[in-house]
Design a protein. Structure first.
Length: 215
C-alpha cells in the first residue's frame, strides 16, 4: 500500500479545520453536529475521526492554531529593538490573520469574525475551551507586555504606565474591532491602524501642565 505523504495529511487536516470553522461560524457550536461537518468537508466519518475525536477537539484546534500564530507574531516583534510602532504592528498581525482565512465565508461574508464571537460565547459554558483561550490570551498578553517594555526602553512610550495595562488595552482594541466586523460587516484593518495612530498622536496636556509647574 502506498504511503500517504505528510503534505497530503496536512492538506486533509486543513480541509477539516476550515470546514468545521465555517460550520461553527454559520450555526454556532451547539447547533452544529459532526454530520454537518462531514457534509461541509465532503468526507467520510472515518476520514474525519482519524484526525479529530469530535467537535470539542475541532474547536480547540482552531482556537489554538489562531492564538499560536498571533502569539508567534508578537513574540517576534518583541525581539526587535525597538519593536515596530503599535499601529503598524496591530494592522500587520490582524491583517495576516484575516487574510489567511479570507477564503472562508458564510452568506458571502467573512466567516472568521463570526467564528471568533461564537468561540467567545462557547467559552462561557465550556471550561476546557475557556482554559485554551485563557492560556492563549495570557501568552499573547505577555508578548505584548514585552513589546511595551521595548517601546519604553526606546523612549517611544511614557514609562509611568504598567506594560500589562497597555497590553490589555491593545488586545481589547483588536477584540472590539473583530466584534464590529462580525456585527456590522467587513472593514479594512487600515481603519483600526489609522484610529490607533490618531490616538497615539494626542499630546497629554496634563503632563505638559505638570511639567511647566515643576519648571
Amino acid at each position: 500500500m502506498a504511503r500517504v505523504s505528510q503534505e497530503h495529511l496536512d492538506a486533509r487536516r486543513r480541509q477539516i479545520l476550515d470546514g468545521a470553522a465555517v460550520c461553527f461560524a454559520r450555526n454556532g457550536f451547539h447547533a452544529t453536529s459532526m454530520q454537518d461537518v462531514l457534509k461541509e468537508v465532503d468526507l467520510s466519518a472515518g476520514a474525519v475521526y482519524r484526525y479529530f475525536s469530535g467537535k470539542e477537539e475541532l474547536i480547540a484546534a482552531i482556537v489554538g492554531e489562531v492564538l499560536g500564530s498571533v502569539r508567534e507574531a508578537f513574540e517576534e516583534a518583541a525581539r526587535q529593538s525597538p519593536p515596530p510602532p503599535a499601529d503598524e504592528l496591530v494592522a500587520a498581525v490582524l491583517g495576516r490573520t484575516l487574510a489567511a482565512r479570507e477564503n472562508l465565508t458564510v452568506d458571502g461574508r467573512p466567516a472568521f469574525p463570526r467564528l471568533v464571537v461564537q468561540v467567545w460565547t462557547e467559552t462561557l459554558r465550556n471550561e476546557e475551551l475557556a482554559a485554551v483561550l485563557r492560556d492563549g490570551y495570557g501568552s499573547v498578553r505577555a508578548a505584548w507586555s514585552r513589546i511595551v517594555e521595548g517601546y519604553q526602553d526606546a523612549g517611544m512610550m511614557r514609562p509611568d504606565v504598567a506594560p500589562d495595562h497597555v497590553a490589555r488595552t491593545m488586545i481589547a482594541a483588536v477584540m472590539g474591532f473583530v466584534a464590529q466586523q462580525s456585527l456590522f460587516g467587513p472593514v479594512p484593518v487600515e481603519v483600526l491602524r489609522d484610529g490607533l495612530r490618531a490616538l497615539m498622536s494626542m499630546s497629554d496636556e496634563r503632563t505638559a501642565a505638570h511639567g511647566s509647574q515643576l519648571g
